[in-house]
Design a protein around this ligand. Structure first.
Ligand code: NDP
Ligand SMILES: O=C(O)C1=N[C@H](C(=O)O)C[C@H](O)C1
Length: 273
């Protein structure tokens, strides 16, 4: 049998983590060797039993550092998939790289400075690291269409809509989309009147690139994004909707396979396609 990629999922009992545990355990070229969760009540329990897909013979641990140490001892290069929380992800990634483990990071909310620091750290360690704000192919296609449209439209705003358990705003995907549009070097949204916000924030947040992002949080939503371009007499709207977190799994598995060959930090799924 060809060599197996040893994989640990951090945030394994969360909404994304449980999907990733299932996808990795079904992938023929990967072996799930660890599942990290924060909740002490599940420590030592079988991850498959906890997430309801049947025993996987992988006990959950609360001890991330020990899991990284164990993964670093595997014969094949190990990968940790991080789907935790904006407050934890920076430390998690530094620690993984310090152990020579390749991080695939779905967790959003890292600042531009933190991303830069992690890139420097990964570079010095010659260790591949993937930061993927959105694992779905549909979002990559939306972003490519938005880049194309931005050559022809001078006005654009982004609306992102998520479930109300999301910790960070705006979404990592919206931040990345604004950055992509700005890479053309164009100035968007030059105001034509002096605006007053009668309710602070009502015009949304403004990205470093001057693109407004509006974040909606409601139960019933999963993850959705609109990029709306305007010009005299026309509106061009691009929209992506997720109805199931299954949409992220092909991108997660692709990222696990691709990170092994990298020696630096790479940001964005589009760079892997
Ligand atoms: N890149 C992508 O395509 C996608 C990215 N995401 C991102 O992934 C992340 C997780 O999302 P989601 O699964 O919905 O979130 P959940 O809240 O459902 O899951 C998060 C998991 O991480 C654990 N966790 C929370 N806080 C910490 C912490 N401080 N330290 C360690 N572990 C922690 C939680 O444990 P406990 O339950 O014990 O608190 C939980 O198991 C978010 O940043 C989200 O934006 C989400 C979807 C797609
Ligand atoms: O929290 C989520 O759910 C999601 N987070 C990512 C983001 O912040 O962009 C990706 C997707 O939007 C789902």
């Amino acid at each position: 049998m060809a060599s197996q990629i040893p994989v640990v999922v951090n945030g394994a009992t969360g909404k994304m983590g449980r999907e990733i545990v299932k996808a990795v355990s079904q992938a023929r070229d990967m072996t799930l060797i660890g599942a990290v969760a924060r909740n002490p009540d599940v420590n030592g329990q079988d991850i498959g039993e906890v997430i309801g897909c049947g025993a996987l013979e992988v006990p959950i641990t609360n001890d991330y550092e020990s899991m990284m140490a164990m993964l670093s001892q595997e014969k094949e290069l190990g990968v940790v998939v991080d789907v935790t929380h904006p407050d934890a992800v920076y430390g998690n990634v530094r620690s993984a790289i310090a152990y020579g483990v390749r991080p695939v990071v779905g967790t959003t909310g890292l600042s531009a400075e933190q991303i830069h620091e992690l890139a420097v750290f990964a570079d010095k360690a010659s260790t591949g690291c993937l930061l993927i704000p959105n694992f779905s192919i549909g979002m990559v296609l939306l972003q490519q269409a938005a880049i194309k449209a931005s050559q022809y439209f001078d006005h654009v705003e982004i609306i992102e809509l998520h479930h109300n358990q999301k910790a960070d705003a705006p979404s990592g995907t919206a931040v990345q989309t604004a950055q992509m549009l700005a890479e053309l070097g164009k100035t968007f949204n030059v105001p034509i009147v002096e605006e007053t916000e009668k309710i602070p924030g009502s015009r949304g947040g403004q990205s470093d690139e001057g693109i407004r992002i509006h974040s909606i949080r409601l139960p019933g939503l999963i993850a959705h994004q609109e990029v709306i371009f305007g010009a005299p007499g026309q509106i061009y709207t691009l929209r992506h909707d997720t109805s199931d977190r299954a949409c992220y799994m092909p991108g997660v598995l692709l990222s696990i396979r691709k990170v092994l060959a990298l020696k630096t930090l790479v940001y964005g799924l589009e760079k892997l396609l």
